[in-house]
Design a protein around this ligand. Structure first.
Ligand code: CMP
Length: 138
């Protein structure tokens, strides 16, 4: 029996919107063969930020991260495809844009470990939690 197609929650962060990189980033995911199941322009409020980043709220970098993530509209999407969680994480590159490999989204377009353009679920468990938070009806 084949396993169901995997889904990932992906955020194109406020810096991606401000810098006009939505088409570039979304195009990479589309050309890879991933499917856009849902897409919404939204502004994260403080409560959603605290829920989404529940694992990070106590960390020193959280207050400026929250400020950044609530600073303007972002694009929330659900991507699906074979092993999408791992595939998208590889495509976005490591957290710090200065260290991310060339050819990855962060490696090609980011110079910060906060304003790093994209968030993507890092495991099936976090995908399930984040999808329920952002797209409860899906
Ligand atoms: P993201 O994949 O959304 O998950 C947590 C986010 O916290 C991360 O991307 C960065 O935007 C931010 N982040 C992680 N580590 C640091 C750090 N050391 N300093 C600032 N921001 C960070």
């Amino acid at each position: 029996m084949s396993s169901p197609i995997e889904r990932s929650l992906v955020l194109l962060k406020p810096d991606a919107v401000r810098r006009g990189l939505l088409g570039e980033i979304l195009g990479r995911f589309e050309r890879k063969g991933l499917v856009v199941e849902a897409l919404e322009l939204r502004t994260m409020d403080a409560a959603l930020a605290d829920q989404h980043y529940a694992d990070h709220v106590e960390k020193a970098f959280y207050p400026p991260l929250k400020q950044f993530m609530t600073s303007g509209p972002l694009v929330a999407l659900v991507l699906s495809g074979d092993e999408v969680i791992e595939v998208v994480r590889a495509m976005i590159g490591s957290t710090d844009g200065r260290k991310a490999a060339a050819g990855t989204i962060r490696g090609d377009f980011a110079l910060s470990n906060r304003e790093n353009l994209v968030h993507a679920s890092d495991s099936p468990e976090s995908a399930q939690r984040e999808l329920a938070l952002w797209f409860p009806k899906l």
